[in-house]
Design a protein around this ligand. Structure first.
Ligand code: UDP
Length: 254
């Protein structure tokens, strides 16, 4: 039994107190939810894969000078992160029309957008994370205009990096969601990337077949989610062809 202090429990992740001040442990669960929690299943091994995929992306972003909360992997399901004050906004970046944008504007799913579009949703489960404008964010003080500028430039840099990363392994980055937080270091406050980036929070389509490799498989009740996430990890070179991140039993050593 873990005696760690739980700081927060979300739908797919739990945060625990970290080993040093200013740190937290981010634990990836196997829970999959959609429709604001209406649909809920446990998908064995999803947490392990998301921990590894998110780690890979955040470590690369850190190395590129795009600041994130990621410090290091602790185990199969957990990573050490910097504690931040989460800004209560989901930042959605879109390259191709899909999901709620396609529905809202009557666009054909798969239409290439004239340019990348950034949208904001207010993080509130009871309200169903409503779409909001910059005006709401600054008027209600969720973030100030300077912070919003930093958030938008971070979002654009992450989109550039992720689009190239996934295109290199034959996947189209349709859209994704990020969250940002305020990191306090002495008198200085910086906006950094928080939460996770994984196939739970991105739409990824195979360039040739247009097959989906993301949480839409679950949202649409199609199955094959673990196989798809596993393939994303494999294509990124995170898991070798033979490594099975899900196997817990003894392995045959040749
Ligand atoms: N997204 C997410 N969490 C949310 C809402 C959206 O990670 O609470 C991601 C989603 O996976 C997709 C992008 O943000 O990659 C855009 O989602 P959209 O607004 O189209 O909402 P959806 O149709 O997925 O509800």
């Amino acid at each position: 039994m873990s005696r760690r202090r739980k700081i927060y429990e979300g739908k797919a992740k739990t945060l625990y107190e970290g080993p040093e001040p200013g740190t937290l442990v981010q634990h990836f669960k196997d829970d999959a939810t959609a429709g604001n929690g209406e649909k809920h299943e446990i998908i064995d091994g999803k947490g392990v894969l998301n921990n590894r995929i998110s780690e890979y992306i955040f470590q690369n972003l850190n190395d590129l000078g795009i600041p994130t909360h990621f410090i290091r992997r602790l185990n199969m399901r957990e990573q050490l992160i910097k504690e931040v004050e989460i800004i209560p906004i989901e930042i959605i970046v879109r390259n191709i029309a899909a999901g709620s944008l396609a529905k809202r504007l009557g666009l054909e799913v798969g239409t290439k957008l004239p340019r990348s579009i950034i949208e904001f949703c207010y993080k509130d489960d009871e309200l169903g994370d409503p779409l909001v404008a910059e005006e709401h964010i600054t008027a209600f003080g969720w973030a100030n205009p300077a912070e919003l500028d930093d958030i938008m430039s971070l979002a654009v840099r992450v989109n550039d990096y992720l689009s190239g990363l996934f295109m290199g392994v034959g996947l189209q980055l349709v859209d994704f969601k990020i969250e940002c937080g305020r990191l306090f270091e002495g008198d200085i406050m910086r906006i950094i990337l928080a939460d996770e980036i994984s196939p739970d929070s991105c739409r990824l389509w195979d360039v040739k077949t247009k097959n989906k490799f993301d949480k839409d498989l679950f949202r649409e009740g199609k199955g094959g989610l673990i196989e798809a996430y596993h393939e994303v990890a494999q294509r990124l070179g995170i898991l070798s062809e033979t490594e099975n991140a899900l196997s817990t039993g003894p392995r045959l050593v040749k």
